[in-house]
Write a protein that binds this ligand. Structure first.
Ligand code: IPE
Ligand code: IPE
Ligand code: MG
Length: 241
């Protein structure tokens, strides 16, 4: 679809896409490789998906990189993943900046190794004025933990019970200021939330492409966006004729 056609169909391009990048381990196993090789291949896919999102007019992209439950994986996989995340910052930050992406982190940083915390904070700082696309990285993120964190903060701030409403909740989540995802993509054929953006995906459209994350390229992204364009979002209302 060319640029002018795209503008003719209001709402056809999701403003915010969120991706559960799943299937790295199976991608590696099918090639007889260690799981960490799958994770490495997965990180190499991120750059082209960011670029494809920008080309499609997507303004916000959220990627699920590491959940609060993923700490329970074998120690060597967890430490390998942390090393890979550090490498990604070293390798990709300048390219991300050149792409005009503004980095946001979703999740908690306590309990994360200091060298990685510093890289995350530096990445957020360096890219804070970019506006081509906002890239939210959900790392050490859990949807339930996010809600607990928001309630803790409200109590700390002395918020009264009758002041609590959905708008206030939005402001206390890690995603404050970011519109809810329109489209959530979970790669690798799995069909579950796995503690991702529980609050924010209340009315998101979901697609479940079969491709493992390292194989999920711009063409697959295009198909997901097309599927989204064919959906009718009703938000609990009745069909408009
Ligand atoms: C997703 O790939 C990446 C992370 C959870 C860090 P997986 O590692 O879950 O891959 P599969 O599901 O085992 O194939
Ligand atoms: C969700 O995938 C987390 C990320 C992609 C970072 P998992 O592979 O951890 O989820 P489950 O275990 O299949 O539900
Ligand atoms: Mg998985």
């Amino acid at each position: 679809m060319n640029e002018s056609n795209k503008k003719d169909i209001p709402g056809s391009v999701p403003k915010h896409i969120a991706i559960i990048m799943d299937g790295n381990g199976r991608w590696a196993r099918e090639r007889g490789l260690p799981r960490l090789a799958g994770h490495r291949a997965g990180t190499e896919n991120i750059r082209r998906i960011i670029e494809a999102c920008v080309e499609n007019g997507v303004k916000y992209l959220t990627i699920y990189a590491f959940s609060t439950e993923n700490w329970g994986r074998p120690e060597d996989e967890v430490s390998g993943l942390m090393r890979i995340f550090e490498d990604v910052f070293d390798r990709e930050l300048s390219e991300l900046h050149r792409q005009g992406a503004q980095l946001r982190h979703l999740g908690r940083l306590d309990g994360v190794q200091q060298s990685l915390v510093e890289k995350v904070r530096n990445g957020v700082e360096v890219t804070k004025n970019n506006d081509r696309i906002v890239l939210c990285v959900a790392f050490n993120y859990g949807g339930r933990d996010e809600i607990v964190h928001a309630i803790q903060k409200m109590i700390e701030d002395g918020v009264e019970a009758d002041q609590v409403n959905c708008d206030l909740m939005d402001q206390y989540l890690f995603t404050a200021g970011i519109p809810d995802p329109d489209l959530v993509i979970r790669t690798s054929g799995e069909q579950r939330l796995s503690n991702f953006l529980l609050w924010q995906t209340a009315y998101a459209e979901w697609v479940f492409p079969e491709a493992y994350w390292p194989d999920f390229g711009p063409e697959e992204l295009q198909k997901s966006i097309q599927e989204f364009a064919n959906r009718e979002r009703r938000y609990g209302l009745v069909k408009q004729n």
